[in-house]
Structure formats: structure tokens, C-alpha cells
Design a protein around this ligand. Structure first.
Ligand code: NAP
Length: 549
């Protein structure tokens, strides 16, 4: 089979492509574009009925960016950057989904995407160095390259609470929010006037809860672990500011290029202990009052994420803010985390979150004090009482990083399942590949950059595309990282993780929310510029870290 035209390979009648991409979200769409431009035949398999990935699935009210809209956009096309206007500093989900639909149409990507197609299994064929991919509906495809653009937070996690099936009301996970009858968002009527229970208090719940509180007859929030949140400070972007932002694009993107997380927030290079108490408090106050998005976290003193004493100072400051914003002191204390410091878990960004607990129709239920025992036909029963509900919303998170990959039966060159390989220890080469699974690539895979997603996805998509071109030009058909290269990257990723306070708290970032998952930071904690440099070095060395055949 030649590159560029899909066909069939050998005696097989199975449709065969150069590349199969799993997922038509932010990284999948760009991967389709790049491979197609480079002359490869490509098919993208997407479980949803439309493009957008995360932004297709997560339609819960309140879902929005918490990185600045203009830093989240694709930057590969100056015309696209120039033409698209974001209406707010942190765009809401329908607008982001509209943007990704616009990208799919503008670059004519839809003919390469098969919707409503969930991948069930993929097996590497050692005889012709191709992947054979089976979908849940029984369709089969073959391709040289299998590229997982399946998302870091897409494998939903439902808690194992007995009795769910007996519930007589409605229940769903936040990422399966019913679609609005019209438009690109979610259906807001589902909770109007209802008695609602939300289980969870992570970033999703923090965005959702203020909206549900406004429409529900009563909202019970079932919180197991309080999280430190930071004010988002969202605002519309008026026309004048829009124009000014576009002029500043090169400057903004250059800033993202040099920061650790590829966001437009840069750590203050001073330690908290180099400044006076008054100066430190003034900086905290300014960031809390005016700092947009991740500013309080990633624009703070440099030791906030590395020194537990510095971290404590910021945590104490934020605790005071929570006490000031929540009227009932007992409720305020429950909302102040005691299990970890500020930023040791992914910080939820909030708008009126704490004030929501001052409403008469909102009750915080501490499920450490009164654990959930079961779901009954009428609602949720805890150790203390039964809460009667019409709607239960599971804001219970995801099997992050690896889940979207390990839930598929992916078998490598020796027939081994990827989920078995990662069942005891997470090992990857730069989050891009893993040994034993030739020609399998991952975007924002486990161990890849802890980063503003599109900024880093563009880097890994370009890297995979360049490698595919390199292989085509040399008649190579098989690429796999050497065991030594994988060991070295995994060690390096672990060392970078250990420099931070992230590994010292329980969170989905460490796989702690999934029973039996080996503990490892699921993202690369080293700075994004270092990750990009390493990507470049591997390519410039002629891919010495890979065994190419
Ligand atoms: P999450 O952070 O994992 O939160 C899940 C919540 O469910 C936690 O509060 C957890 O409590 C609770 N939970 C799970 N099982 C439970 C049980 N059996 N009983 C009681 N509580 C239970 O998930 P998420 O809120 O969906 O956020 C995941 C990530 O998605 C975020 O950290 C962020 O990276 C991303 N996200 C991004 C945006 C954005 O960019 N705008 C918005 C939303 C989410 P424990 O903490 O006790 O386990």
C-alpha cells in the first residue's frame, strides 16, 4: 500500500490507512490536519457524534476554560488567530465547542473523521508492522500508525456506591450531561426546581455548583475532600480590548513559550522568605483580588510548589479568605482543606463558589463525617440520614492520563496488553510512546507535559508528524523506544515530580482516585520549555532513542 491513499494491505480487504487517530478533540483535530497536509492517508475514530473531545462531552452548566481563551487557541494559523474572537477571557464550553467546529470546517477535517465510533481493541501485527483496530460496532481498520488523541480526562469514573440502579430519579456523570435541545451546550432544564445532589468537589463541581444552586429547589453537595480554589476573575472582552489582545499575541505567546506550564503566568523568582511579611501578604492579596485564572497558583513566589513552609503560608492566606466569604463558620471550616496544601492538587477556579454556601437552598454534606452508604430509590443514604433527591450528579472525575488508553484492549508486539504493562508501574518514553508497542503514539499521554493542553499538544503532534515523514522518506515501517530510553525518561519524569509538592498529596494527578492504580505523577512536572527541548533533541539526533526498522 502506498502512503496517501487509503486502500487495503496484502490479501486483506480491511480498509488500511497510514494513520488511525483515536479522538477528534484538540490534539486529534490538529493531528488529522498535519498528517493530511504531509500527504498521509488518515482516519480519525471518534466516539462522540461531533468534534471537540472534552468540549463535546463536558456540557455541564459552568464548564469553561480556566486558562485564558487566547492562550488556549491553536497557533498554527495566523489567519485563524486573527479571525476568531473570544467573547470572554475564559470562554464557556459552547463557545469553545463552536471554535473547534469552526476549525474542523475551515480546514475541511470532517471527511477524515468517523463519528459515533468507539475503539474497543487494537493489535500490532509484527508481520507487516501495522495496527489492526476493532471498534465496538465490529468495524475493522488497519494502519501503520495508531495515534491516541483520546484525552487526559476522558475516561469517566463513577464511584462504586451500591444501589445506583434502584434510584427512581435521574442520574449522570458531569461529562455525560444531557445535550441542550438546540445549540452546543448542555440542557439547563434538567435541574430546574428539582432536589439535586452533587457528589464531588473537584474542579468540575466547583464550576457547576453555583449554577445548579440558582435553579434547583434545593442542592445538597456531598463533599469528601475539600479543595483549595482560586477566583477565576472572568470578564467579557470588549471590542477595544479584543483588538489590543490581537496586537499583543506575539508577546502573549512568547510568554507562554517560556513559562513552566505554558500558561501566561510566570512564577515570581523570589522565595517567600526573601520578602517581608507585609510584602508577601500584599502580593497574595493582589493575586487573590485581581490575578486572573491560575495567577494565584502559577504566578506566585517560586517556592509555593516546592517548599512546604512556603506552601503553608499561602494556604493560611486562602483559608482566611474562605472564612471571610462563607457566613456560617462551621461550613467555612468544612470547606477549608486539611489533607493537603494549596496547589498540591489541581486548583479549581471559582466564580461565587464560596458565596453559594450562604444560600438557604444549599447544604454541604461532609461525607467523611457521614459516609455515603448507598443510593436508594429516593436518594442518597449516608451514615446519618437519607437525603431525598430528584437528580444525582456524579462530579466524580476521571481515570486520568492512562484510563482512555488502558480501557481499550491494546496489544503490543508480544501480545501483551498495555493495561497489564502499566498495572504495576507507569513507564513511557516522553509520554509519546511506550516500549513493546511499536508505532503507537500518544498526545498528552501519561508523563507528557503538565501544560496548557493546546500549547503542548501542538508540540507532540508536530513531533509525531515529523517522525512519520522521517520514516516514510527512509522506507522505515516500525518505531519503538528502546528500553533504555524509556527507563531514562521514566526516571527523569519521577525525579522532576519529586521536586514538587504534587507527589505529597492524594489526587487524580497521582492516580490515587482509581483503586489499584500504581502511584505516579500522570503528567510531566518538568518545565514545558525543557519538554519541548527534549522533543527537539530526539528528532535532531535522528531519533536515536527509538529503534527504527
Ligand atoms: P476530580 O478533581 O477527580 O474530583 C472528583 C471529586 O469526586 C472529588 O471531590 C472526589 O473526592 C469526589 N469523589 C469521587 N468518588 C467519590 C465517592 N465515592 N464519594 C464521595 N466523593 C467522591 O474530578 P473533576 O472535578 O472532574 O476534575 C478533574 C480535572 O478535570 C480537574 O482537576 C481539571 O484538571 C480538569 N477540569 C478542567 C476544567 C477547566 O479547564 N476548565 C474544568 C473542570 C475540570 P476525593 O477528592 O475525596 O477523592
Amino acid at each position: 500500500m502506498s502512503y496517501a491513499q487509503p486502500g487495503t494491505a496484502g490479501n486483506s480487504s480491511i480498509p488500511t490507512y497510514d494513520a488511525l487517530i483515536v479522538g477528534a478533540g484538540v490534539s486529534g483535530l490538529y493531528q488529522v490536519l498535519r498528517l493530511r497536509e504531509a500527504g498521509f492517508s488518515v482516519l480519525c475514530l471518534e466516539a462522540g457524534s461531533g468534534v471537540g473531545g472534552t468540549w463535546y462531552w463536558n456540557r455541564y452548566p459552568g464548564a469553561r476554560f480556566d486558562s485564558e481563551s487566547y492562550t488556549y487557541a491553536y497557533t498554527f494559523s495566523e489567519e485563524l488567530l486573527r479571525d476568531w474572537n473570544w467573547s470572554e477571557h475564559f470562554a464557556a464550553q459552547p463557545e469553545t465547542l463552536a471554535y473547534l467546529n469552526h476549525v474542523a470546517d475551515r480546514f475541511d477535517l470532517r471527511p477524515h473523521i468517523r463519528f459515533d465510533t468507539r475503539v474497543a481493541a487494537a493489535t500490532f501485527d509484527e508481520t507487516d508492522h501495522r495496527w489492526e483496530v476493532l471498534t465496538e460496532s465490529g468495524a475493522c481498520f488497519r494502519a501503520r500508525f495508531l495515534i491516541m488523541a483520546s484525552g487526559i480526562l476522558s475516561a469517566t469514573q463513577l464511584p462504586d456506591i451500591p444501589g445506583v440502579d434502584s434510584f427512581r430519579g435521574q442520574c449522570f456523570h458531569t461529562s455525560r450531561w444531557p445535550h441542550a435541545p438546540e445549540g452546543l451546550g448542555g440542557d439547563k432544564s434538567v435541574y430546574q426546581g428539582k432536589r439535586v445532589g452533587v457528589i464531588g468537589s473537584g474542579a468540575t463541581a466547583v464550576q457547576l455548583i453555583p449554577h445548579v444552586a440558582e435553579g434547583a429547589a434545593h442542592l445538597h453537595v456531598f463533599q469528601r475532600t475539600a479543595n483549595w480554589c482560586a477566583p477565576l476573575h472572568n470578564a467579557p472582552i470588549p471590542a477595544e480590548e479584543q483588538a489590543a489582545l490581537k496586537v499583543r499575541y506575539p508577546e502573549i505567546l512568547a510568554l507562554c513559550d517560556r513559562t513552566a506550564g505554558a500558561f501566561m503566568h510566570e512564577f515570581d523568582q523570589r522565595s517567600m522568605f526573601e520578602v517581608s511579611d507585609a510584602e508577601r501578604e500584599a502580593k497574595f492579596e493582589a493575586l487573590y483580588q485581581n490575578g486572573r485564572g491560575f495567577a494565584l497558583w502559577l504566578g506566585n513566589f517560586r517556592d509555593v510548589m516546592t517548599d512546604i513552609r512556603a506552601n503553608r503560608l499561602l494556604s493560611e492566606f486562602v483559608a482566611k479568605k474562605i472564612r471571610a466569604r462563607v457566613k456560617d463558620p462551621a461550613v467555612a471550616e468544612k470547606l477549608i482543606p486539611t489533607t493537603h496544601g494549596f496547589g498540591q492538587r489541581r486548583v479549581p477556579m471559582e466564580t461565587n463558589y464560596y458565596e453559594t454556601y450562604n444560600r438557604a437552598n444549599v447544604t454541604l454534606v461532609d461525607v467523611r463525617e457521614q459516609p455515603i452508604e448507598c443510593i436508594t430509590p429516593k436518594g442518597i443514604r449516608t451514615a446519618a440520614q437519607e437525603y431525598e433527591l430528584d437528580l444525582i450528579i456524579f462530579a466524580t472525575g476521571f481515570d486520568a492520563g492512562t484510563g482512555a488508553i488502558t480501557r481499550i484492549d491494546i496489544r503490543g508486539s508480544d501480545g501483551r496488553l498495555i493495561r497489564d504493562k502499566w498495572s504495576r508501574e507507569l513507564k513511557t518514553f516522553m509520554g509519546l510512546q511506550t516500549a513493546g508497542f511499536p508505532n503507537l503514539f500518544m498526545h498528552i499521554g501519561p508523563h507528557a507535559a503538565f501544560c496548557n493542553i493546546p500549547r503542548c499538544a501542538q508540540v507532540t503532534v508536530d513531533w509525531v508528524t515529523d517522525l512519520a515523514c522521517h520514516m516514510r522518506d527512509r522506507g522505515l515501517t516500525r518505531a519503538e523506544p528502546t528500553a533504555a530510553a524509556e527507563d531514562e525518561w521514566t526516571r527523569h519524569a519521577e525525579e522532576e515530580a519529586d521536586k514538587t509538592l504534587l507527589t505529597k498529596a492524594n489526587s487524580w494527578l497521582m492516580g490515587d482516585n482509581i483503586p489499584g492504580k500504581p502511584r505516579a505523577l500522570l503528567l510531566y512536572a518538568g518545565p514545558a520549555p525543557l519538554f519541548r527541548r527534549k522533543c527537539r533533541e530526539v528528532a535532531e539526533s535522528g531519533y536515536q532513542a527509538l529503534e527504527l526498522r
